[in-house]
Write a new protein. Structure first.
Length: 385
């Protein structure tokens, strides 16, 4: 198809830090048919570990520079931050500034998360079709200050995508009178072969004891403070093990302080954000996700594909991915349940073998092409109207 005949699609995103939404965006940019779609991504800030992972056939533009391009001099750094904030504030108030940077009109504009709903809905291009994508539990306490605005924005979209069935059910159950546009549940795509290849790139050095790995941003809702409490209690009770946490975020300082107070700085290890965490997942004994809330976390799918026995909280779309007591172990968001599950995994080898046997053909439950086809059909049908 000629470039002029392709459907022009714009994705809006704050930045490209390591995270689930960012990986969903990358999977779409890589998986959608480049013969049908001319794709652009506009970042508010050209920042994050994944900013250079955007495929070459996708045009990338940004409003403000990322911290990676800022001066190491603290005074200059502060000035650059202030200048960037002014630029972003101006762009937020006047969408024509972003339109000038983009220098193109788009057929479809996509907000991959509620954080960019306003960017898409306030676009100066009034002729484009607007798609909203929602991955969050609307009842999450920390989301509540934003909920009134999100509820106003949802009906304004031409189409709405939910990241999991549970995310949709909770929204409808909580706000049954909300006027939701035409919508569909589209689960996240998993680059299976690439994932397996990355998992073999190196073999991490682990201590000679049971090893748990977790991968997530370090936010309070990810539950690492509770996991650390369970970890300390297990050690006290004589169940030796080691936990590696891969990820970064604003809770890092608090968690390291907690680790010092509990005396677990050597056994509860923070590795920071890694572009390739998969060798750790593959070579660990177990994977654990202690989150208070999730949508359809890619890392759970990744861990299943790597055939890793998983302990996870029973939240969001996770029960759509894991069959409790068969392909993993689901718990409530409680320290005592984390303790009991970890103890079970470390002391019941026959149970672990049963789970591993059930993971042999787990890849069959992930159909990437079906996911890409669903999104392509949504875009194609919108642009026909």
């Amino acid at each position: 198809m000629k470039e002029t005949q392709k459907i022009k699609v714009l994705f809006r995103q704050r930045s490209m830090e390591m995270g689930g939404v960012e990986k969903v965006i990358l999977s779409m940019l890589n998986g959608l048919d480049r013969e049908k779609f001319n794709m652009t991504i506009c970042l508010n800030i050209n920042q994050g570990e994944l900013r250079n992972e955007i495929p070459a056939h996708v045009r990338k533009v940004f409003i403000g520079e990322g911290r990676e391009n800022f001066s190491k001099n603290s005074l200059i750094h502060k000035l650059q931050l202030a200048k960037r904030k002014i630029k972003l504030d101006k762009a937020h108030k006047n969408p024509k500034i972003t339109a000038k940077i983009l220098n193109a009109d788009f057929d479809v504009e996509i907000a991959p998360t509620y954080a960019t709903f306003s960017s898409v809905l306030n676009s100066s291009n009034k002729n484009s079709k607007k798609i909203g994508w929602f991955h969050s539990d609307i009842t999450l306490p920390k989301l509540q200050p934003l909920v009134p605005e999100i509820l106003k924005q949802i009906p304004q979209f031409d189409y709405f995508i939910f990241g999991s069935q549970q995310t949709k059910d909770i929204l409808i159950g909580t706000y049954p009178k909300l006027n939701i546009p035409e919508n569909q549940v589209v689960r996240n795509a998993i680059p299976i072969e690439e994932l397996k290849k990355k998992a073999l790139e190196f073999t991490p050095k682990f201590p000679e004891k049971p090893v748990f790995v977790s991968v997530a941003r370090l936010h309070s809702r990810k539950g690492f403070h509770k996991l650390m409490e369970a970890h300390a209690k297990l050690l006290k009770d004589g169940f030796d093990h080691h936990i590696f946490v891969i990820g970064d975020g604003e809770e890092m300082t608090n968690l390291k302080k907690q680790a010092t107070e509990l005396g677990v700085t050597e056994s509860f290890e923070f590795l920071g954000s890694l572009l390739n965490p998969y060798p750790y997942v593959k070579n660990a004994d177990f994977f654990i996700l202690p989150s208070e809330s999730e949508s359809w976390p890619l890392i759970i799918a990744d861990s299943l594909i790597l055939k890793k026995p998983i302990i996870s909280t029973n939240v969001g779309g996770i029960p759509e991915m894991i069959v409790h007591d068969r392909t993993g172990y689901l718990i409530n968001y409680e320290t005592d349940e984390m303790y009991a599950a970890m103890k079970k995994f470390m002391t019941e080898p026959q149970y672990i073998e049963k789970i591993k046997e059930n993971l042999v053909d787990i890849e069959k439950q992930f159909d990437n092409q079906k996911i890409f086809d669903a999104v392509e059909n949504i875009i194609l049908n919108l642009t026909k109207n």
